[in-house]
Design a protein around this ligand. Structure first.
Ligand SMILES: *[C@@H]1O[C@H](CO)[C@@H](O)[C@H](O)[C@H]1NC(C)=O
Ligand SMILES: *[C@@H]1O[C@H](CO)[C@@H](O)[C@H](O)[C@H]1NC(C)=O
Ligand SMILES: *[C@@H]1O[C@H](CO)[C@@H](O)[C@H](O)[C@H]1NC(C)=O
Length: 419
């Protein structure tokens, strides 16, 4: 019985193998695809001659799928079609390609992946690419010098998983309804306009729009699916309540003009990298009264709330953050005892509290004022005489181990003495 089975299996296996080999010998290379590749070479060139295109030998077209650099084919309707195209060697010492991407790319209608490696390619992204190459799953054209706008046709790509157009010179807005992909990286361009409204079906998990010129307030609907969100370095303003934090693990809203309170939902251990510095956030940092299930932060966590207008007490629940920046705000009162303990235990690696209105860093009757190796603590320019620890760990911008002028402190603590 057993040997019978394995005999049959072996035969089926052989049959498959034979069929495959037979096919790869007899399959015709698509003449249209070959012609499209040839036309691409009319406008794209190696920056370093011979670097990439040397293997694209059009006098041996039968080698298109086997030895042309970066070309991968699949059998579709009995023809070998180009399904992946990696333009450039992708090696770190390669200067990449120059020139432009011509419309002949439109004839590669079975492309599922188009990657252009870093280089100095200029010109527009072929505007109809989304309607002609409508099977694209991955489109990555990063680190080149592409100009013009993001093609609206990309909105029609139903299978698009990853769109990475970062580090180019693209201008204009994000086309409406361009949000069907899981990964959208448009960082480091000159894109402008508002962040578009996200439909409830959006499945975007990684959204990186940093270092552009986006402005205005956030849309009413931000994606619920998002795990990584960066909007850093734009001209965005207003409240951030529409950001859904349920699935977030990384959030960077730094260097904008966002205002209002920081939503309570942002504070949880699972959102372990949060950068909100250099905005206009104000108000106290509070957890909802039902904070019993608060997940603490762990090793590697970082929270940066520096350079805002946050006030009130230093919140207890941030004591488990490994790298915490609360400097240059309006925090008042005493630093919770647990912060002091975690700094001396070395579980807090960086604690910046300078330039606030803090009145005490309770060393209690601690004799040992030496911080563990690598721990950075900065307390200068507060409403207390800085205690004799960690003073050398301040950044230069903190302006030395001094107290805030008493005059400024009296506003917050009517008549309390200092030190
Ligand atoms: C291209 O292919 C032709 C035909 O097989 C061959 O004679 C020629 O040497 C090849 N050229 C290069 C640069 O490899
Ligand atoms: C696509 O291929 C056809 C047939 O080879 C050709 O006539 C046409 O010009 C090509 N289109 C583009 C945009 O290159
Ligand atoms: C930033 O906050 C300050 C003080 O709360 C306010 O005067 C200013 O208008 C705010 N700026 C923006 C752009 O929201």
């Amino acid at each position: 019985m057993n040997s019978n089975k394995s005999f049959i299996f072996r035969h089926i296996f052989l049959l498959i193998l034979l069929t495959l080999t037979a096919h790869s010998h007899s399959q015709q290379i698509s003449a249209i695809d070959l012609d499209a590749l040839l036309h691409l070479t009319y406008t794209l060139t190696d920056v370093k001659p011979g670097d990439y295109f040397s293997t694209w030998n059009f006098t041996s077209p039968e080698n298109m799928c086997t030895s042309f650099n970066g070309v991968t084919c699949s059998i579709i309707n009995n023809e070998l079609r180009v399904t992946s195209l990696f333009l450039g060697t992708g090696l770190s010492d390669s200067p990449g390609l120059a020139g432009t991407i011509s419309d002949s790319i439109y004839n590669l209608t079975e492309l599922t992946q188009l990657i252009l490696y870093p280089g100095i390619v200029t010109g527009f992204i072929p505007q109809e690419i989304g309607s002609k190459c409508n099977k694209l799953r991955v489109l990555s054209l990063t680190n080149n010098r592409l100009t013009g706008s993001i093609p609206e046709s990309l909105s029609g790509l139903l299978n698009l998983h990853t769109l990475d157009l970062s580090h180019n010179r693209l201008t204009g807005p994000i086309p409406p309804s361009l949000q069907k992909m899981k990964v959208m990286v448009l960082a480091f361009n000159r894109l402008a306009g508002k962040i578009p409204d996200f439909s409830s079906e959006s499945e975007v998990m990684h959204l990186d729009l940093r270092n552009n010129m986006f402005s205005g307030t956030l849309p009413e609907n931000m994606p619920l699916s998002v795990r990584y969100l960066s909007l850093s370095g734009n001209g965005l303003w207003g409240p951030v309540n529409s950001i859904r934090s349920e699935n977030l693990v990384y959030l960077d809203l730094s260097m904008n003009k966002f205002s209002g309170p920081v939503p309570v939902g942002f504070f949880k251990g699972s959102l372990s990298s949060m950068y909100l510095q250099r905005n206009n956030f104000s108000g106290e940092i509070l957890l909802p009264s039902t904070s019993a299930g608060f997940e603490p932060y762990g090793p590697g966590s970082i929270v940066d709330l520096s350079h805002n207008y946050l006030s009130g007490d230093i919140p207890n629940f941030l004591d488990s953050v490994e790298t915490l920046f609360l400097n240059n705000n309006h925090f008042t009162g005493k630093v919770p005892q647990s912060y002091v303990e975690n700094v001396f235990a070395g579980t807090t690696r960086t604690l910046y509290l300078q330039h606030n209105y803090i009145t005490d860093f309770p060393l209690e009757n601690r004799r040992e004022f030496v911080l563990p190796d690598g721990v950075a603590l900065c307390l200068s320019y507060n409403c207390m005489v800085p205690p004799p620890v960690g003073l050398t760990a301040c950044p230069l911008s903190a302006g030395g181990p001094v107290s805030r002028p008493f005059r400024q402190c009296s506003v917050f603590q009517s008549g309390n003495s200092m030190g």
